[in-house]
Design a protein around this ligand. Structure first.
Ligand SMILES: Nc1ncnc2c1ncn2[C@@H]1O[C@H](COP(=O)(O)OP(=O)(O)O)[C@@H](O)[C@H]1O
Ligand SMILES: [Mg+2]
Length: 410
């Protein structure tokens, strides 16, 4: 989730009281925990402004009959009752923890008996586009369904469908994934796994873009891989609506999302995260992978060439913000789909991958202790560091670049 959108967080105050951000704003210095709750007069000078601001909020709620929230699916979430959320749900388990919100927990609604996931966001961090982008993608089945959101104290509480799968970053430290990386016999599955992921991420990117949104925070903790090997996006806390003339560099945001997608693709194929995210973008910009050489050292030459060609193919869509068809990834997604095997074979591969990556679902061999930490996920034992100062094996890339114009999908 991005920083605070201060103009947004003050919109509630209403039109009549204009508080200038950056000047001596009486609300500015409150720590987030106390923000949007009852505050004390800061100075006698600001007293009138503060009184007016609070009166305006109360008046608007009264005048416009503003609800505290909205239930989108009353069959799952009990519609508004004047009770605190703790009385409405029973907490069952922690599903995950992100960078900004607290823990996302699975809960049971005491009235409907249904289970769902619950995320709590401080109002001061709340971004309206989170809900807008989310609903857009959820309606296309590419994000968990949004059941409700409402304000309580200084928080917005969001209730949503529990994703039937795992976050990508958890998969990447799992025993099954390490097997996928290490077992030579699984190299085909490995390639298809990374392509399936890339295809899913590109699809979600494109669908978000068609709804005029960027995600803004694509990483392994916000990409969910379903048991079906489909991909869903979560955490739209940094999402932004693409509007003209709002001073935001939307082209840059589209590019950043795609570079992050490229990074996740790379990591899912190699098990290696680039040390420096900036370096991979620079390498793609320059079509020169010297800078990321260290990250690539253990990856066989043939794999590197293939990886770079796919990475570049995606990146070419956002190379220059003025180019025609900027960030149109439809053709690239089709090309990626073309690298996957025919349907029947693909279904079989997906089943194999699911058994490997979701043992807790498909087998009974799940032991927490078998899981290893991220530190241990390097590359197969005994892989040699290639002595390749000139990266001669990358020479084929140059041809690839030249050939770009001729490739049928461009
Ligand atoms: N609907 C969901 N189903 C299952 N797990 C979820 C769901 N939503 C979030 N999580 C888990 O909780 C973590 C944090 O949620 P996220 O929305 O990314 O919060 P933050 O904005 O703090 O990063 C995720 O990385 C994921 O593991
Ligand atoms: Mg997150």
């Amino acid at each position: 989730m991005a920083g605070i959108d201060e103009t947004d967080s003050l919109k509630l105050i209403g039109e009549t009281v204009k508080l200038k951000i950056g000047s001596r704003n009486p609300f500015q210095y409150k720590p987030p925990d106390y923000a949007n709750t009852v505050s004390a007069v800061m100075t006698s000078k600001s007293k009138t402004d503060q009184i007016e601001a609070v009166l305006e909020v109360i008046d608007r709620v009264k005048r416009e009959n503003i609800p505290r929230g909205l239930v989108l699916d009353p069959s799952v979430v009990t519609p508004d009752k004047p009770r605190k959320v703790e009385e409405m749900v029973k907490i069952k388990a922690v599903l995950g923890k992100g960078n900004s919100a607290g823990e996302v927990v699975s809960v049971q609604d005491v009235s409907t008996g249904k289970d769902f996931a619950m995320k709590t966001i401080l109002i001061i961090h709340f971004n309206k586009d989170e809900i807008r982008a989310w609903v857009h993608l959820a309606d296309l089945d590419k994000a968990p369904k949004l059941y409700s959101f409402h304000m309580e104290d200084n928080k917005v509480i969001v209730k949503m469908e529990i994703v039937k799968g795992k976050q990508l970053s958890d998969i990447m430290v799992s025993e099954g994934f390490i097997k996928l990386m290490q077992d030579e016999e699984k190299s085909e599955e490995r390639r298809y796994f990374s392509l399936l992921l890339l295809h899913g991420m590109l699809e979600n990117f494109d669908l978000l873009k068609k709804g005029k949104f960027t995600h803004g925070d694509v990483h392994g903790g916000n990409v969910m891989v379903l048991h079906t090997l489909d991909v869903q996006s979560i955490d739209f806390g940094s999402a932004k609506s693409i509007r003209n003339n709002d001073g935001i560099d939307h082209a840059q945001r589209l590019k950043a999302d795609l570079v992050n997608i490229v990074h996740q693709f790379f990591a899912s194929y190699t098990g290696v995260h680039f040390q420096n995210r900036g370096a991979i973008q620079e390498a793609l910009e320059k079509k020169d992978f010297q800078e990321v050489r260290r990250d690539m050292a253990k990856i066989p030459a043939a794999d590197r060439n293939w990886l770079f060609s796919v990475m570049l193919m995606v990146f070419e869509t956002v190379r220059c913000s003025r180019q025609e068809g900027f960030a149109d990834t439809g053709a690239v997604a089709a090309a990626v789909a073309g690298m996957l095997p025919p349907r029947a074979e693909l279904e079989d591969i997906k089943r194999k991958l699911a058994v490997l990556l979701f043992p807790e679902k498909y087998t009974n061999r799940f032991h927490g202790s078998e899981f290893v930490t991220e530190q241990e996920v390097i590359l197969p034992e005994g892989a040699t560091i290639l002595d390749d100062p000139d990266l001669a094996d990358l020479a084929t890339l140059v041809d690839l670049e030249k050939d770009f114009g001729d490739l049928s999908f461009f």
